[in-house]
Design a protein around this ligand. Structure first.
Ligand SMILES: [Zn+2]
Length: 215
């Protein structure tokens, strides 16, 4: 006879006991009181403090916060070509941004990972907290996108043929990034770029969860 161990996951915050917030398919659940995101799918569970970025856009429209992972990285490279090496050393890439929320049609609507990573926006962290939902990617899943995102930026500065690049993660942050809900689309509060509503697959579910507050 075999005994199976079954791990029961209570969707309560391990710190305050309140119910965790998330929508269908979310990998990270949030406690809006403790201001944390929790990955319940790993053992032991992982807890990430949420940092709320402040919008630098002067807009009257209401805003929602969406989860984006920010990885501080150290880049190292080897190449026979000293010219390429000196060019690579000048690339100001420090943070790689990978969205936790779902988007589609990146070629058509724009890839926010690339844009944030290319711009490296200055960021002020809010003291206030807001509801945040819709994080479909764990930190590990997001980290798998670091190479392709970083390379797409580096490739613009220097031809990386024959160069061996490695990225080491120094730190991982879970950001809640403000997006302004305009009639024409969603404008991110860090760069002021506008994205079409329909690119955000989970937007209707997030809005209705925020509205009912029973996510
Ligand atoms: Zn809590």
């Amino acid at each position: 006879m075999t005994t199976q161990q079954i791990r029961v996951i209570a969707c309560k915050c391990p710190q305050c006991g309140q119910e965790l917030k998330g929508i269908h398919h979310d990998r990270i659940l949030f406690c809006w009181s403790c201001n944390i995101g929790i990955d319940l799918y790993v053992n032991p569970i992982k807890i990430y403090p949420v940092q709320y970025a402040k919008s630098n856009q002067n807009r009257e429209s209401s805003q929602i916060f969406l989860p984006i992972w920010r990885f501080e990285i150290a880049m190292s490279f080897t190449s026979e070509d000293s010219d390429k090496l000196s060019k690579l050393q000048q690339i100001p890439l420090l943070h790689v941004y990978i969205r936790g929320f779902r988007m589609h049609g990146l070629i058509l609507f724009g890839d926010i990972n690339r844009m944030l990573t290319a711009v490296q926006p200055k960021m002020e962290i809010e003291n206030k907290t807001y509801p945040v939902l819709g994080c479909r990617k764990s930190a590990e899943m997001a980290a798998e996108c670091i190479n392709i995102t970083a390379l797409s930026i580096i490739d613009k500065f220097v031809d990386i043929t024959g160069v061996t690049l490695t990225f080491k993660i120094i730190s991982t942050s879970l950001l809640a990034v403000p997006f302004h809900l305009e009639n024409t689309g969603l404008v991110d509060g860090l760069m002021g770029y506008e994205y079409c509503h329909v690119a955000f697959d989970d937007l209707p579910a997030i809005k209705s969860a925020l509205h009912s507050n029973t996510a």
